[in-house]
Design a protein around this ligand. Structure first.
Ligand code: 5GP
Ligand code: MN
Length: 338
């Protein structure tokens, strides 16, 4: 966003507007934190603001301020459709291709509302008039913080915004450990704590609310389902719908499991395959130069970041895993590089 566009955005937001905030399919901490952080900022400017998600998100995010106002498009398509159609401005947060919001993408595409993308994923598509996009940002929450700053509204940072943005930065940086974490990230975190973010409490709410089923599913995954392919510096897990059911699966229960595969010494590439909603959802993680965004785009209709990406497969689990293992020899050399 250049200076001229910033001026336009300032004048656009100068008078109360109908605003819709949408975020990606299966929202995570950054998707919900950035959406509700922006929501809690915009309502202070007297706009009428709605947050719409394509589908449901994990219960460990239900405490975020403004959560009770969120509309799930998969459960309430009609009111969501009306809001999108009537919106003056549509903020698109934490995604950069309308495919990432599934059928809600058709509604957003049709709407005359001015689109404003705030995102940090690679290769953004050009459907938005305004973009606050940086692949260097550790999270979309970091960019929402920057927007508030650019608007000259740092004084409007309150505890609700701070709690939301802290959550997204914490979850997207793996609790401030991924290489995307910079001095700037920590400066923003300091400002958020000063504005009232309940940092210790947030860690508790996100990481210490596990159900017995979730912990046992993790145990099962680690002891029974982990496959290590040393030759390719690769490790992966898979979980079928039956296996999920056995452990009383709730949305979000497998989030982060892929990182256990990556944590094994010598492993550079980790994958996780889970059967949900009749398809196989894939998660890819890497350490070093191996680009999982490219891999996910090329083979699993997905995308994301260089070291964290996702995608999907419409094949059976067995065929998906076969496909994955058959691809590895092509990447053998790339996987040996640091
Ligand atoms: P996760 O493995 O945690 O679901 O996602 C890792 C990263 O890849 C996240 O930044 C997420 O937004 C992105 N991602 C996950 N699934 C997809 C997908 O199907 N398409 C695209 N373009 N990005 C994805
Ligand atoms: Mn993100």
């Amino acid at each position: 966003m250049n200076a001229k566009q910033l001026k336009e955005v300032k004048s656009l937001l100068n008078k109360p507007k109908n605003i819709v905030i949408v975020t990606h399919w299966s929202p995570d901490g950054d998707a919900m934190g950035s959406s509700l952080g922006l929501y809690n900022y915009l309502i202070q400017l007297k706009h009428k603001v709605s947050v719409i998600t394509p589908n449901d998100y994990p219960a460990f995010l239900n405490w975020l301020p403004g959560n009770n106002k969120v509309i799930d498009f998969s459960k309430q398509p009609k009111p969501a459709q009306t809001l999108v159609a009537k919106a003056d401005i549509i903020f698109c947060l934490d995604f950069n291709s309308l495919k990432r919001i599934d059928k809600l993408g058709d509604e957003v595409g049709k709407s005359k509302g001015v689109k404003f993308m705030i995102d940090h994923h690679l290769q953004p598509e050009s459907f938005a008039k305004y973009m606050l996009h940086s692949i260097k940002a550790c999270s979309t929450c970091e960019l929402v913080f920057e927007l508030i700053q650019l608007m000259g509204h740092k004084k409007l940072l309150n505890k609700n915004i701070a709690n939301c943005l802290y959550t997204g930065i914490m979850t997207d940086t793996g609790s401030f450990r991924f290489p995307s974490t910079t001095a700037k990230t920590h400066k923003i975190i300091a400002a958020l704590i000063e504005a009232g973010a309940e940092n210790a409490e947030i860690h508790n709410r996100i990481y210490d609310g596990n159900t017995e089923g979730k912990i046992k599913l993790l145990g099962f995954s680690l002891s029974e389902k982990l496959k290590v392919l040393k030759e390719y510096k690769t490790a992966y897990f898979s979980l079928t719908a039956d296996e999920l059911e056995r452990y009383n699966y709730q949305k979000g229960d497998t989030e982060g499991v892929v990182n256990y595969a990556l944590s094994i010494d010598g492993i550079r590439f980790a994958a996780f395959f889970v059967e949900t909603d009749g398809i196989i959802k894939t998660s890819f993680r890497s350490q070093g130069s191996f680009d999982v965004n490219v891999f996910a785009r090329k083979h699993f209709s997905g995308g994301g970041h260089a070291n964290a990406a996702g995608g999907m497969s419409e094949l059976s689990m067995e065929k998906t895993l076969e496909k994955f293992e058959e691809l590895l020899p092509d990447y053998k050399t790339a996987l040996q590089r640091k």
